[in-house]
Design a protein around this ligand. Structure first.
Ligand code: HXC
Length: 530
């Protein structure tokens, strides 16, 4: 039996009334079962591509048996006596993840290639409205050929309704997009409006215009995977926040992410008894970070030392790797960590890092997640390309995001912190609540060599032995203006701490600030740099 036959089974009034209620219930069960099962051949085709079906995905994502489906019987009338398949190609409803309510929709590629028609869109709008009303995260599982071509412009309007709701829900409930098939054209803008985008290598593809159109317009030849595969969006465009080799690993991490987030902007993230003592010292940190600011080290090892059980979820792990952004738990509370990464371009701030950092700060602030900023930064990246691409605008976005953030904010300066980058990386002057520094800190307008070159240019040019004079001046400058107590003596740093105490100090600081109340001036909204 095809799906279009199931619903239409005409039951004459006489027969309907002759049947008992139990007969109707039995019939309901049969219809429901067939509607849920769908077309077996299409299921086989989906599996043959190495993909799960929409329902299998929801089963993996949600707690066992927790899914409540809505609009199973919704479908499109295709004529006076005919109707399309049940669900209209999208499964919608609610369930729980680690016992907490979430709403979800999963596009079913088996039905019209998961394409979005009028009823399909209306179902998505309904579940989005419910998620907003219930104050629960919305998870979108995308696997779709895009606007349903046979339905013309109504399909496009359906997307408009999704975008508008994405924006209304932004900063109110967490929105997570999982791309598990094609997501092309304007459809790609919904994931881009949400907080997190998950992709799977060789399975997910996102682009505004596909390879064929590109070939026609620009003459470039490119495969789907090269143009809009998961890896490209994870490492080059920054469109994908997380990337995986298979669907199961992807869905597992969505569950982990949900466990770190609050349900909405009025809630706090769940506090979790991690069993990692808040007073655990981290003596290895002193060996991990060399005192010489020119020697690199992996900042992720520092985060591993500090975080509860060394666990953290890195956001945009493969993009703008010179700035690490991660969600972790400290003393059981979720925190957002931003940290310069000295092993990638010396941890310098550039355009991509500024964009990545700004979005992360905004997300954490919207969802009341305290910010911990670990600073070891040589400055902003110099270069004509960076200037012409707008490092001023993009750096300003990071600055704007920090200045605007009202969550508890703790800065820890590990080593170097120079110039504008020091100020932007959540210095006290832009609103960090507490700032700590290790005794190897070098906080200055710029590194000593560069500073001496500027201030003593004439003296060095006239010197008999400029190298000797330069060394002497560098030593004097370092001793006078860059010593580790210069900023603390002026109240720009609240304490100089033993690196081994970093975890203890940050957890105590966050405790101190846990009741922080934002002090905001009324305004419609700000006008952040683009
Ligand atoms: C209606 C569609 C469809 C669509 C796929 N199907 N896309 N039906 N509207 N947009 C149907 C196919 O006809 C087919 O039906 C079934 O879904 C499976 O598709 P296949 O092509 O067999 O699958 P596959 O080989 O995996 O290719 C998937 C695909 C391809 C790459 C997505 O189907 C494709 O290129 N589709 C068209 C994509 C597109 O141009 N969409 C419109 C984009 S514009 P049968 O009956 O044969 O099983 C857009 C604008 C949004 O989306 C703007 C928002 C503002």
């Amino acid at each position: 039996m095809t799906m279009s036959e199931q619903p239409s089974d005409p039951v004459p009034d006489s027969a309907r009334h002759a049947a008992t209620t139990r007969d109707h219930v039995r019939r309901l069960r049969g219809i429901r079962e067939r509607a849920i099962q769908g077309d077996e051949l299409a299921t086989e085709r989906q599996h043959a591509k190495g993909k799960l079906t929409a329902r299998e995905r929801l089963e993996h994502l949600l707690d066992d048996g927790s899914f409540t489906e809505i609009d199973l019987f919704r479908r499109r009338a295709t004529g006076p006596d005919a109707a399309g398949p049940f669900t209209d190609g999208v499964v919608t409803g609610a369930g729980t993840v680690h016992g907490r309510r979430v709403f979800a929709y999963a596009q079913d590629f088996r039905v019209f290639g998961g394409s979005l028609g009028e009823e399909h869109a209306a179902k998505i709008h309904k579940v989005m409205d419910l998620a907003i009303a219930a104050g629960a995260p919305l998870i979108a599982l995308n696997d779709s050929g895009g606007a349903r071509i046979q339905e013309g412009v109504t399909a496009l309007a359906g997307y408009g309704g999704i975008f508008r709701r994405n924006v209304r829900a932004s900063g109110v409930i967490p929105q997570i997009s999982i791309i598990l098939g094609p997501c092309a054209g304007g459809a790609a803008y919904s994931p881009a409006l949400t907080d997190f985008t998950f992709m799977v290598r060789e399975t997910s593809h996102m682009f505004i215009t596909g390879p064929d159109v590109i070939k026609t317009v620009t003459g470039e030849s490119v495969t789907h995977e090269e143009l809009g595969g998961a890896q490209v969006h994870a490492a080059t465009s920054g469109v994908a926040t997380f990337v995986y080799d298979d669907e199961a690993a992807c869905l597992d991490d969505v569950r982990y992410l949900i466990s770190l987030l609050p349900s909405n902007n009025h809630d706090l993230s769940p506090v979790c008894e991690t069993g990692d003592p808040p007073d655990r010292r981290c003596p290895r940190l002193a060996d991990l970070v060399p005192a010489n600011p020119k020697i690199p080290y992996d900042i992720r090892e520092v985060i591993t030392e500090i975080a509860d059980h060394g666990e953290f979820l890195e956001v945009h792990e493969h993009w703008a790797r010179n700035l690490v952004c991660a969600l972790a738990r400290l003393g059981g509370r979720t925190v957002g960590i931003l940290a310069n990464q000295p092993v990638v371009r010396a941890g310098v701030l550039d355009i991509d890092a500024s964009q990545k950092g700004a979005r992360f700060v905004q997300m954490c602030d919207a969802f009341s997640i305290p910010l911990v900023t670990l600073v070891d930064v040589p400055g902003f990246l110099p270069g004509v390309d960076q200037e012409h691409q707008g490092i001023i605008r993009h750096g300003a976005r990071l600055l704007y995001a920090y200045c605007d953030a009202t969550v508890p904010r703790v800065q820890v300066i590990l080593r170097k912190a120079y110039g504008g980058a020091y100020i932007v990386m959540d210095s006290r002057s832009i609103g960090a609540d507490l700032s700590f520094a290790w005794p190897i800190n070098e906080i200055a307008v710029m590194g000593a060599e560069a500073a001496v070159g500027v201030i003593y240019r004439k003296e060095l040019a006239a010197a008999d032995d400029p190298d000797r004079l330069r060394s002497q001046l560098i030593a004097d400058y370092t001793e006078e203006l860059m010593h580790p107590y210069y900023a603390p003596e002026r109240g720009l740093v609240d304490d100089v701490i033993d690196p081994a105490d970093t975890r203890v100090v940050v957890i105590r600081a966050l405790d101190l600030l846990s009741e922080k109340r934002p002090d905001l001036m009324p305004r419609k909204h700000g006008n952040p740099p683009a």
